[in-house]
Design a protein around this ligand. Structure first.
Ligand SMILES: [Zn+2]
Length: 133
């Protein structure tokens, strides 16, 4: 799932410490939500990342760049697929477009009388509202 807080997540390169293998892997594309800051390793390369970390550990390597294993092209294609959005460019965590999307969903939840969903959306709206500056 690459949608979070109503919008597509954004890819960022980060160094990730693979704890199990005790290896620091550089240039790992993560999908990050600029609103709630949740993040995970891009699913497209997660297996590559895990295997690379394992190989590094086997070879006694303590730090390495993922681009050596899978190539820069694959990494760039992920960055291209999840480009920086308005939130990144403006340096804000919430844009009004997100509130609009959530309000539309809330209307739908009310129409379908889905009480649980309504509560979830209201909570999210409140959280986002507190992040709006
Ligand atoms: Zn989020």
């Amino acid at each position: 799932m690459d949608i979070c807080c109503g919008l597509t997540m954004v890819a960022r390169l980060q160094s990730v410490y693979a704890e199990e293998d005790a290896v620091l892997i550089h240039d790992v594309p993560l999908l990050v939500c600029p609103t709630c800051h949740s993040s995970f390793i891009a699913p497209e390369i997660e297996l590559d990342y895990l295997m690379f970390a394992h190989y590094c550990a086997t070879d006694g390597v303590k730090a390495a760049s993922l681009s050596h294993a899978i190539g820069e092209e694959k990494i760039f294609s992920i960055l291209e697929r999840y480009p920086e959005d308005l939130r990144c460019r403006k340096g804000v965590r919430v844009v009004s477009e997100q509130i609009d999307i959530l309000l539309d969903l809330l209307n739908l939840a009310i129409q379908t009388k889905d009480a649980v969903w309504q509560e979830e959306l209201k909570e999210k709206l409140q959280k986002m509202h507190s992040l709006l500056t």
